[in-house]
Write a protein that binds this ligand. Structure first.
Ligand code: ZN
Length: 464
């Protein structure tokens, strides 16, 4: 994919929001003439159900928010999902990819639709000031104690899915097919969806391969805003650990050592030249070294140095170029310092997700039913792709015919959101920041958006 054309204004996201908020959206006006599959009657029936359920859902949300769990540790959250889906009469499978939960609701012939919510929280100290704020701290596998909070809205994702599941049971006469609710672990490290596949989601666990894979993510735009755009939406990503091995020794006698700290430092600066000198400037490439770990003492040269890298790209060719260049830089540096053959730098590929590409026809179809729900001016169909990443679409596995749609739903207090747009900040807060606050009014709204998407592809044709 080509880089988004440069916008003279600072933030293309802010500009899109301002445009959406002030002028409505012309592109959708043309398609809105066509009706969606969700009739007015069905939509108001669904809305009444969700409104009725709203208070219960907000309590579930607050509970999950106050008890956040990191990736692959979502035991409590998975328990809530499993219990709820069982009570609703779903066929429930647990422990898929460690903590993943799948609920299957068969309702005659029709499409198989998988709706996915991710469950994990972030290692961030919450500072939203809400009465149900998280005070959780947990010891990670690496022994480090970290604060834990839902600062990416996955608590809302789970809650929305439970609301959708309940409404789908109540609306059984209005749709046919197989509805599958998936609570996925560990989205943040981009390894949870792959873990579910590797654990035999479609084989050992016999979950039907979906025709449609649908999902939602919270966005720090105003409650009521929906971003539904086709094509490439999010960058692909890799998490890579690089280790340089040397020969340790006394800090005063560096000539007798092979200093892995120097090698790592050289690598960090040379990596940036991959982006500026190797990759075509028309392409998007991001290479971030997020962690540097080596040694403990001022006067000791350590044996090894670890770098934790993160890549972003919109093209798999660019990905391959970056990985090859990283390897070549690592080996070049090791050779410079005459590192022996058996101690060359290693690269551990920890997690990969390709770019997220929405099916344009499916998104257009979903938007047709979402416009009457949220209003034309609140639906943004032409939002720029972002260098953020997801592993949502990884759940499709090798099944190339799965139609994918991942939409974004505004969760910010509308007054705060408007103020942020007026101030030129674009958003009142950012994902993963300590002040990421999901407004409670977005709980029924997000549930209704997700339910409408599912019904759009599963609803029976209106009889009259
Ligand atoms: Zn997220």
């Amino acid at each position: 994919m080509k880089k988004n054309s440069r916008n003279p204004l600072k933030s293309p996201i802010g500009v899109a929001l301002i445009a959406a908020a002030s002028f409505g959206v012309i592109a959708v006006a043309q398609t809105a003439l066509q009706q969606g599959n969700v009739s007015e009657n069905l939509s108001s029936k669904a809305k009444a159900l969700v409104d009725q359920d709203s208070e219960r859902l907000q309590e579930i949300f607050k509970d999950i928010h106050q008890n956040p769990e990191l990736g692959f540790m979502e035991v409590r959250t998975a328990g809530i999902v499993a219990k709820e889906l069982e009570t609703l009469g779903f066929e429930v499978k647990t422990g898929i990819g460690k903590t993943g939960v799948v609920g299957i609701l068969k309702n005659g012939d029709g499409p198989t639709v998988m709706y996915r919510a991710d469950m994990d929280a972030n290692a961030v100290e919450e500072n939203t000031g809400v009465p149900y704020a998280s005070e959780v701290r947990v010891k990670r596998e690496d022994g480090i104690e970290v604060p834990v909070a839902h600062m990416c809205g996955h608590d809302a994702h789970v809650t929305w899915m439970l609301g959708i599941a309940k409404a789908m049971v109540a609306l059984k006469d209005d749709w046919s097919g197989t509805f599958i609710a998936v609570a996925q672990p560990a989205e943040e490290p981009i390894t949870g969806a792959q873990a579910m596949l590797d654990d035999g989601l479609y084989t050992k666990h016999g979950v039907p391969v979906p025709d449609y894979l649908l999902g939602l993510h919270t966005a720090p735009g105003p409650v009521g805003m929906v971003i539904g755009a086709g094509g490439t939406r999010m960058a692909g990503t890799d998490q890579i650990d690089v280790t340089f091995y040397g020969k340790g020794g006394h800090g005063s006698r560096p000539h007798e050592t092979k200093d892995p700290v120097i090698m790592a430092a050289a690598a960090i600066t040379q990596y940036q030249m991959i982006v500026s000198r190797v990759v075509d400037p028309q392409e998007t490439a991001v290479l971030t070294v997020g962690s540097v770990q080596a040694g403990t003492d001022n006067n000791v040269i350590p044996e090894s140095a670890l770098l934790k890298l993160n890549l972003r790209f919109f093209s798999l060719d660019v990905r391959a170029q970056m990985i090859e260049a990283i390897k070549s830089i690592n080996n070049g540096i090791a050779n410079t310092y005459k590192v022996p053959e058996d101690a060359m730098p290693t690269m551990v590929m920890k997690g990969f997700s390709p770019p997220l590409v929405n099916d344009p026809d499916l998104v257009e179809k979903l938007n047709r039913s979402l416009i009457p729900l949220v209003g034309e001016k609140n639906l943004v169909p032409n939002f720029p792709a972002v260098t953020g990443s997801e592993d949502f679409h990884v759940l499709a596995g090798e099944n190339k015919n799965v139609k994918i749609a991942y939409l974004l739903v505004g969760i910010a207090d509308p007054v705060e959101a408007r103020k942020a747009i007026q101030d030129g900040r674009g958003f009142p807060f950012a994902a993963h920041s300590p002040d990421y606050k999901v407004d409670l009014s977005s709980i029924p709204v997000g549930t209704m958006v997700g339910l409408t998407m599912v019904l759009e592809v599963m609803a029976n044709a209106p009889t009259e």
